[in-house]
Design a protein around this ligand. Structure first.
Ligand code: SF4
Ligand code: SF4
Length: 371
């Protein structure tokens, strides 16, 4: 299977202010082009486009192409499940919305520690196994937003999960709170193939600072910044498919161009990406190096560098819903930014001389404001 997957969460719209207004004609043309060029993998989910992503898939693909021409991934919206009977109801609704009899891949959507424990308690894993036994889901897995140790626990306790959808891109790879790289290593350890979401970080890595852009352009004139980001993720050995949330035929043509006959990054290209990442990271707001010297001794157990990296990420790239999820996962186990009592003992240990207690207020203003 080719490594480019069509993520159906940023489809073309007829009204830019209305996420439900999928431009069906434009999407039909994109889906046709995608399939005509030998790609097969589509990825949708219950909440994408306010429920219209699954419907748009049915109209563009299921009703216009033979079942053998494509593979479709959908996801159980674990956040909508209140009781065990909801699993079957939601699943049947998804089959009907998508116009298919079975899904090639079916995931538990957006698992983290909280949703994992809820899913265990409500019998979600048994439900997934049942779907597989019935042939309603050819392969089962999960999408994941939490710390690597949580993923390790899930795969240890549920080895029947066959693969994982992870947020991976060259900026989040070493990020202390998103832990893309560490999560990838956990998947490798458990021998689980990885599907990648957000390889271009919601489009942010398609528009990098001029100096980074210049590095890319000099090495490969005519190749887009987005192509570097997609190729970074696709070059990882254990990655099975990289999802791109394409919104136009132009973006699709660009992606299909270099993903058709995919060539992994070579050593020189990896170095260029490293340099580009450090240029992008130079524009960060809080210059924390994640040395962790400040963490021991905090009376509120605040994971200071993790919150700073999340805050920096948020300031640089937006993507609020994802960041909120990662913050919530950390705040479940540690103190919140707003729990800081300004004792300032941490600041004595900071080699970067960051006014930690003051900057935690900035973090709190972004992530704790809904408390
Ligand atoms: S100033 Fe805040 S973050 Fe630093 S040690 Fe005190 S409570 Fe913890
Ligand atoms: S000591 Fe300073 S640089 Fe090191 S992790 Fe803490 S805030 Fe970041």
């Amino acid at each position: 299977m080719k490594k480019l997957g069509f993520g159906l969460m940023r489809l073309p719209l007829t009204d830019g202010a209305d996420a439900k207004s999928v431009d069906q004609d434009a999407f039909n043309k994109m889906a046709d082009y995608f399939l005509e060029n030998g790609f097969t993998y589509f990825d949708t989910a219950y909440p994408y486009h306010g429920g219209m992503s699954e419907v748009a898939f049915r109209k563009a693909v299921a009703e216009r192409h033979p079942r053998s021409a494509y593979t479709i991934t959908d996801k159980m919206p674990t956040f909508m499940v209140r009781e065990a009977s909801d699993y079957q109801r939601l699943f049947d609704e998804q089959l009907s919305r998508c116009g298919v009899d079975y899904f090639d891949y079916y995931l538990l959507h957006a698992l983290g520690m909280g949703s994992y424990e809820k899913t265990v308690a409500l019998g979600g894993f048994e439900f997934m196994k049942k779907l597989k036994a019935e042939g309603k889901a050819k392969h089962i897995g999960l999408s994941f937003h939490d710390k690597a140790e949580v993923l390790d626990r899930i795969f240890t306790e549920h080895p029947e999960m066959e693969y994982v959808l992870l947020q991976i891109n060259y900026i989040d790879w070493d990020n202390a709170s998103i832990e893309s790289g560490r999560c990838y290593e956990v998947a490798v350890k458990h021998k689980k193939p990885v599907m990648v979401m957000e390889p271009v970080k919601g489009g942010a890595l398609a528009n990098v600072p001029e100096d980074a852009e210049k590095l890319f352009r000099t090495h490969a004139p005519g190749m887009s910044a987005a192509s570097w980001a997609l190729r970074f993720a696709a070059s990882l050995k254990n990655v099975m498919v990289v999802l791109s949330g394409m919104s136009s035929l132009e973006q699709l043509r660009d992606n299909a161009g270099y993903m058709g006959n995919f060539k992994p990054l070579d050593g020189e290209e990896r170095e260029i990406i490293k340099k580009a990442a450090s240029i992008i990271n130079e524009s960060i707001d809080i210059p924390c190096t994640a040395c962790n010297y400040c963490v021991d001794g905090c009376p509120k157990s605040i994971p200071i560098p993790k919150y700073f990296s999340l805050y920096n990420n948020q300031k640089q790239f937006g993507l609020f819903p994802n960041h909120t999820m990662y913050y919530a996962g950390l705040a479940r186990d540690f103190g919140r930014a707003s729990d800081c009592i300004e004792c300032r003992q941490c600041e004595e240990h900071c080699p970067q001389h960051i006014e930690i207690s003051r900057r935690l207020k900035d973090v709190a203003s972004v992530f704790d404001k809904k408390r």
